[in-house]
Design a protein around this ligand. Structure first.
Ligand code: PEP
Ligand code: MN
Length: 338
């Protein structure tokens, strides 16, 4: 339920109203705009008498929200949420490029790639330490050692880091990680999401391989309803009948989500296509569709990568893609952090 509060409201009356709503066991979400204040009510709102509330002096209008996601709903929070990651902003008119290898493989590899992508325009470094592989016989990532190397790369370059968590048991090991990634396979690992909701660290929530946008937003809701408002959504392709690409990039998810939610939305063209030569055109499409950023796999030696070499760009290909992305950003009125 959403209450729009009048511009010349009496603050005391607003506080009284909020206290009363909370006494019904409901949660409140407040968003103050220039001309009005919006109060979102989350929980079983059947106990709230709409007629009664709409007669209050301070209330401009009352509407029930049909969508099952509330905290993530743009109706609750009309302005874009802007998430600050070590000074780099996700959301609003900002555009960030996250880049790095699929997996951390060695100190030399992660530091070399970090420096190269930073030089080309990336503001956040990616690198998997815990890898969700389809086969138990494939490289599973360097684990804790990988996290250590990522922190070292952060120290050397000053870039914030993003890496995937697979289990809540590792939360304490993720100190120094600036964005915690929840991979496609864990999008509906609700226990993990609830634990991440207790943190304030930004969460990069990837879309499940067969998840509808509503299911995905409900996963964001799990994190937000526990108290962590810092969720960045990442479209990474969905599984369809198509076999020429690894997944199918659902580009329409970008403008649809921008309508439905105030959360930043970024695109992963690497996992969406699985093919390095498609990464640049899909990146351009994502920027044109209004994405708030990209996450791109870059490796210094793709043929020998331990994971996802076929979809990884070489640093020079990445630099070339960034140049072209800038032209699109100019057209859509977004600015990339440099
Ligand atoms: C990844 O980013 O390395 C990854 C495994 O992505 P996804 O969860 O989208 O498959
Ligand atoms: Mn990968």
């Amino acid at each position: 339920m959403i209450l729009v509060i009048k511009k010349d409201r009496d603050k005391k009356q607003v506080d009284n109203l909020i206290r009363w709503i909370r006494s019904l066991g409901l949660d409140i979400y407040r968003s103050e705009g220039e001309n009005s204040e919006i109060i979102g009510i989350v929980g079983d709102t059947s106990k709230v008498d709409i007629e009664l509330i709409s007669t209050l002096d301070i209330v401009e209008s009352v509407t029930r929200v049909q969508e099952p996601y509330k905290n993530a709903n743009r109706k609750f929070h009309p302005q874009d949420t802007v998430i600050d990651v070590a000074g780099h902003k996700f959301g609003g008119n900002n555009f960030q490029i996250i880049a790095g290898p699929c997996s951390v493989e060695s100190e030399k590899q992660i530091i070399e790639v970090a420096k190269a992508v930073q030089k080309a325009g990336a503001t956040v470094l990616r690198g998997g330490a815990f890898k969700p592989r389809t086969s138990p016989y494939s490289f599973q990532g360097m684990g804790l050692e990988g996290l250590k190397l990522l922190r070292k790369a952060k120290e050397e370059t000053g870039m914030p880091i993003v890496t995937e968590i697979m289990s809540e048991y590792h939360i304490d090991d993720f100190y120094g990680v600036d964005i915690i990634q929840v991979g496609a396979r864990n999008m509906q690992n609700f226990d993990l999401l609830k634990h991440l909701g207790k943190l304030k660290t930004p969460i990069l929530l990837k879309r499940g391989i067969a998840a509808t946008m509503e299911e995905w937003l409900m996963s964001a809701e799990y994190i937000m309803s526990e108290g962590n408002p810092n969720v960045i959504l990442c479209e990474r392709g969905i599984r369809t009948y198509e076999t020429y690409t690894r997944n199918t990039l659902d580009i329409s998810a970008v403008p649809v989500l921008k309508e439905r939610t105030h959360l930043p939305v970024i695109v992963d063209p690497s996992h969406a296509s699985g093919i390095s030569r498609l990464v640049k055109p899909l990146s351009l499409a994502a920027a044109a569709a209004g994405a708030d950023g990209l996450i791109i796999e870059v490796h210094n030696d793709p043929p020998h990568a331990l994971c996802d070499g076929a979809q990884s760009l070489r640093p020079e290909q990445f630099a070339d893609a960034v140049q072209s992305i800038d032209k699109i950003l100019q057209a859509v009125g977004k600015s990339r952090d440099k």
